[in-house]
Write a protein that binds this ligand. Structure first.
Ligand SMILES: Cc1ncc(C[n+]2csc(CCOP(=O)(O)OP(=O)(O)O)c2C)c(N)n1
Ligand code: SF4
Ligand SMILES: [Mg+2]
Length: 417
């Protein structure tokens, strides 16, 4: 490695969360996995979680390679077994945040049984599922989510099976946090991953993602950029949507958002409750009583909050320096809440515009005495006006839902030979 590249890797904003020494990665150009990993690294950084208390488990597949690129403890385990390995890890180290990052084939094909039982138990893990509708690594075979009629190497005349609606599957099985995004929705993804990392219980995030080399090419859907444009034009934001309505058709609309967020005792909490009933308050897990473990948890939570506040303050400083407006907020589950956020953001935008305008007027009043001063004021006012407009525009964008309802771009045509 040349000295320059070594320095570049060392200076990368991702070093510390991603293993820059292992770059470049194996993923194809346009594949969605890279941006998802980037979003994950960003979410971890912002979450305030101690990197030494985070573990990532992946199964086999292109997505399974994620475990090899994160700079946390990680396990690249066997096909379909990411969830049982993560479960074992969580039971052995309840103080750790355990994340599964795997493909839909790994998680819901060969690993489907583990998936539903971990959700049923409300196992305290975060499951991030890269859903590219195909077994990417092994040559583009049909998976449990391949849309009806899509072409794959094992369904050359079109898939005749009915695909899983993953959010509904997770919901029916008992998951307590469920969201779906596409690999294009980086900002939502970061927020959603941050939320999932900061809560307890089985959290499931599905990410619709392009497998450019096998799925897109085989279905004549263009390249990675075409896929992102398709997501942009066909994603419908619907927080709190009924998970039964989230089926995906071949090149149809993609409902995205946070659909479920609820509290329920986790597997370990339910076990604790049961054991206290049987053994009494002397019950211990790993030599610690429940109040002792709760105290430790509380102390760790305070440390996480402190680290998070420091990271956000740094970000705020950088934003202020660059003149960028803050847009982050907790994702609302209901559409009504979303409207409220939009309203508040719009109000804030109007207030900022007024403030800037007022500043300009004050400057005019106080300094416009001499002709040169007047000239300077005109200059300032001219400068301030587009700035105010730009600021208002940025806020306006923030106030809009992350995606717009756009008239369906004709689905990229699937022509078969
Ligand atoms: C027990 C077992 N069966 C089959 C395989 C072959 N195999 C490796 S990866 C893979 C598919 C992975 O698909 P997915 O999870 O969707 O990940 P992607 O490559 O699409 O990211 C299969 C079938 C294996 N490694 N082990
Ligand atoms: S084969 Fe598909 S899933 Fe695998 S890296 Fe390439 S584009 Fe991504
Ligand atoms: Mg896949």
């Amino acid at each position: 490695m040349s000295q320059d590249i070594a320095q570049f890797k060392k200076d990368s904003p991702m070093s510390g969360t991603l293993r820059m020494d292992r770059m470049s990665h194996i993923w194809c150009p346009g594949c969605g996995i890279g941006s998802e990993v980037n979003a994950f690294a960003e979410a971890v950084k912002r979450s305030g979680i101690d990197p030494d208390k985070l573990a990532v488990v992946s199964g086999i597949g292109c997505t399974g390679r994620v475990a090899g690129y994160v700079d946390f403890d990680s396990i690249h385990t066997t096909h379909g077994r990411a969830i049982p390995v993560a479960t074992g890890l969580k039971l052995a180290r309840p103080d750790m945040k355990v994340v599964v990052f795997s493909g839909e084939g790994d998680l819901t094909g060969i690993g489907g049984n583990h998936f539903i039982h971990a959700a049923r138990r409300n196992m305290d893990i975060v499951v991030i599922c890269n859903n590219n509708f195909t077994y990417g690594m092994t040559g583009g075979q049909v998976t449990p989510t391949t849309p009806h009629s899509a072409v794959s190497s094992t369904t050359p005349f079109g898939n005749h099976e009915y695909p899983f609606n993953l959010p509904f599957l997770a919901d029916a099985a008992g998951a307590t946090y469920i969201a779906r995004w596409t690999s294009m929705h980086s900002r939502n993804l970061i927020q959603s991953m941050e939320e999932a990392l900061s809560r307890k219980g089985f959290s499931f995030i599905e990410i619709i993602s392009p497998c450019t080399t096998l799925y897109l090419r085989r279905n004549r859907l263009g390249d990675g950029v075409d896929a992102l444009q398709f997501y942009q034009e066909n994603a419908l934001l619907k927080h709190g949507a009924d998970t039964r309505t989230l089926d995906l058709d071949f090149q149809g609309k993609i409902t995205i958002g946070k659909f479920v967020e609820k509290d329920k005792p986790t597997y370990i909490e339910a076990l604790d409750n049961q054991c206290v009933k049987v053994v009494g308050d002397d019950y211990e897990l790993y030599g610690k009583t429940i109040p002792e473990r709760e105290a430790e948890e509380k102390a760790e939570k305070a440390r996480v909050a402190e680290r998070r506040a420091a990271v956000l303050a740094e970000e705020e400083k950088a934003r202020a320096k660059a003149g960028v407006v803050k847009v982050s907020a907790k994702i609302p589950v209901k559409a009504g809440a979303k409207k409220a956020v939009a309203k508040t953001t719009k109000k804030a935008a109007a207030a900022t515009t007024k403030k800037v305008a007022a500043k300009t007027v004050t400057a005019k009043k106080t300094t416009a005495k001499s002709t040169t001063a007047k000239k300077a004021v005109v200059k300032t006012a001219k400068k301030a006006a587009p700035k105010a407009k730009a600021k208002a525009a940025v806020k306006k964008v923030a106030a809009k839902p992350a995606t717009k309802k756009v008239a369906a771009k004709p689905a990229a045509k699937k022509t078969r030979k």
